[in-house]
Design a protein around this ligand. Structure first.
Ligand SMILES: [Zn+2]
Ligand SMILES: [Zn+2]
Length: 253
């Protein structure tokens, strides 16, 4: 096992008893990385037996609240837990506008954002290749109805994971996901209720087929997207393993 993925949440901005908003934790090379930090993500890290203090890097797909509301919780914790700054440094990566977005938290909650000794911001992020032996992480442009949005690919010791974030079908994600072991794809709506900037079972399946991924796991399900029909819809196109994720699910890659 080179990479472990913990699916912290599998839902959307619509409150759900069973699905917190979609965020992922990934462990590779002894490092703990988050992809998105939606509401409930920080608590889910603790529930998984890990600590928010383990988080070293956060890759934000886009600034919608279901992907970012947990940052306020995290910032508050960092400001109030009395940790040594050198132990608690976090780097946040994301699309253009990241600095402005993070500074917005200071407008809402005076001075909530940790200072530069504890927080590094990398907006308009393209790639975070590691000079050492750690994971290689690249962003690609997603198609989220005109919003600045990224999908991410992580490669480490021959294992590869792609997270679509929120997106419609787009060739850039097919290219980014080429040959990946695991595709974690949003699957927001049924095909007969498709909305631009989001995937359905058939468009998620199309990406899986065209990219030739080894396995697809579906996340970011709105209440109208039933699990059984999500799987059935993907399987109509894609003949590899298909699952709908549940909150707290852990996957070794
Ligand atoms: Zn979303
Ligand atoms: Zn969104």
């Amino acid at each position: 096992m080179a990479v472990r993925v913990v699916i912290l949440g599998t839902g959307t901005i619509i409150p759900s008893a069973s699905r917190k908003a979609t965020s992922l934790l990934v462990e590779a090379h002894g490092e703990t990385i988050l992809f998105d930090c939606g509401p409930g993500a920080v608590e889910a890290v603790e529930r998984s037996g890990r600590s928010y203090k383990d988080i070293k890097r956060i890759f934000i797909t886009h600034f919608h609240p279901d992907h970012t509301l947990g940052l306020g919780r995290l910032f508050s914790a960092m400001k109030n837990d009395g940790s040594d700054p050198e132990e608690g440094y976090i780097e946040i990566f994301g699309p253009e506008g990241l600095d402005r977005f993070i500074d917005g938290w200071n407008g809402l909650y005076d001075g909530i954002v940790p200072g530069g000794d504890r927080l590094g911001l990398r907006g308009a992020f393209c790639s975070a290749g590691h000079s050492g032996e750690g994971p290689d992480i690249k962003a690609c442009e997603a198609d989220h109805a005109g919003k600045q949005a990224y999908a991410y690919r992580l490669d480490y010791q021959g294992s590869s994971v792609v997270f679509t974030g929120d997106t419609g079908y787009t060739r850039s994600i097919v290219e980014s996901a080429d040959g990946a072991d695991l595709l974690i794809a949003e699957c927001s709506f049924p095909d007969d209720r498709a909305m631009s900037g989001h995937l359905t079972p058939s468009s998620a399946g199309r990406i899986a087929v065209e990219a030739g991924v080894g396995r697809i796991v579906l996340v970011h399900l709105y209440p109208s997207m039933e699990e059984a029909s999500a799987i059935e819809g993907v399987k109509r196109l894609y003949d590899g393993p298909v699952e709908v994720a549940s909150d707290g699910m852990e996957i070794e890659v």
